[in-house]
Design a protein around this ligand. Sequence first.
Ligand SMILES: Cc1cc2nc3c(=O)[nH]c(=O)nc-3n(C[C@H](O)[C@H](O)[C@H](O)COP(=O)(O)OP(=O)(O)OC[C@H]3O[C@@H](n4cnc5c(N)ncnc54)[C@H](O)[C@@H]3O)c2cc1C
Length: 390
Amino acid sequence: MEPNSIFDNTETAFKLKSDSELERAYFLFRMIANEPLVRIGTAATKFALNLHLPVEGLIRSTVFDHFCGGVSEKDCMPVVDNLFEVGVSSVLDYSVEGKEGSDQLDSSLNKVLELTDFAETKPAMPFSVFKPTGFGRFELYRKITKNEELTNDEKNEWERLVQRFDTASKAAFDANITLLIDSEETWMQDAADQLCEQMMEKYNKERAVVFNTLQCYRWDRLDYLKEQHKKAKAGGYKLGYKIVRGAYLEKENERAEEKGYNTPMHKSKDATDSDFNAILLYIIDNLDDIELFIGTHNEDSNYLAMEIMEEKNIAINDPRVWFGQLYGMSDHITFNLATKGYNVAKYIPFGPVKDVMPYLIRRAEENTSVAGQTNRELSLLKKEKNRRGI
Ligand SMILES: Cc1cc2nc3c(=O)[nH]c(=O)nc-3n(C[C@H](O)[C@H](O)[C@H](O)COP(=O)(O)OP(=O)(O)OC[C@H]3O[C@@H](n4cnc5c(N)ncnc54)[C@H](O)[C@@H]3O)c2cc1C
């Protein structure tokens, strides 16, 4: 395999995009590549939404439609069906963030349950997903992570949170689908990890129903993985991990500096890459015990995974290995992997425009800070525009 050529086929990469969608994507990535513009745009958008200015229409026809499947799961169905026709599965992600009332947390759970029910009969959707803070208050996770004493009310609140994790995990188990649990900020993540471990122990006896997420920008994750592996072997259950680099680098480093503790982040991109590769290799070496979902837009990482699979004689479509990218990003990786027969899925965020803004802002900032990736998107979009003569 030639690493640089595998993902270069732009006809395959953009076959689901109409000419106007291609133009919009090109326009958007050009805007996103401009860091000052993203900073000003982000601040202006937050300000306008807080003041209830009528900017939703503009957001919707630009960033929202590019990075999200719609406002409701029903809106996402045409996208899900189109993707599945070209061999790409979908992970519908109700991306509403920052809602902490118990009704709102219950409604997040209900959304996951509805999607799980639906997924049971829809082969295009073999996964459900949630974020720990979708099911519980950030501060509660933080207190448990820091071993702080809970009030009686908080103890009850925690019980309800555990129950939400359990209900979502059991539903995935019963529906025979896989549940992906995202990872968030380190100062609340230990509490979420403990719950994920409990769910894996309970529901992963035969196969990995519940997956936690390993953020490889953390220097402690390889050791954590090895320790979890030992525990799971002793306890007779399987592990499932989505591996990613991690989305909160700047926030993590800023907090560590501000509060004067050693940053949990690797000191360089190379160190993160090297742990990502080591974790990837470790899991593929132990596929009988640990299932894998590789969440990355990095071409080298995707290529490395393909190469390791080939070396170890692991079938391209081995059900224990999945690749995943976010909707609106790296179509050249997703569609070229699917064409070759790998298991690949798109995360498709959806939800009311205002509520998915934190997600959209993270995507814009990430694409700004990962300049190489944005340039890659732009050059591929340009190549396809030229190929189509538009
Ligand atoms: C399907 C999917 C699911 C995801 N789920 C989650 C999730 O649950 N939790 C989460 O946090 N993120 C998640 N992400 C986002 C992910 O963590 C990354 O932010 C994003 O994918 C960019 O990383 P990359 O591997 O694609 O690209 P790359 O361009 O190779 O890597 C960029 C990443 O490298 C790291 N990095 C950059 N500079 C440095 C530096 N100086 N020092 C140390 N590290 C550095 C950062 O993590 C940065 O985001 C998900 C991504 C995908 C595709």
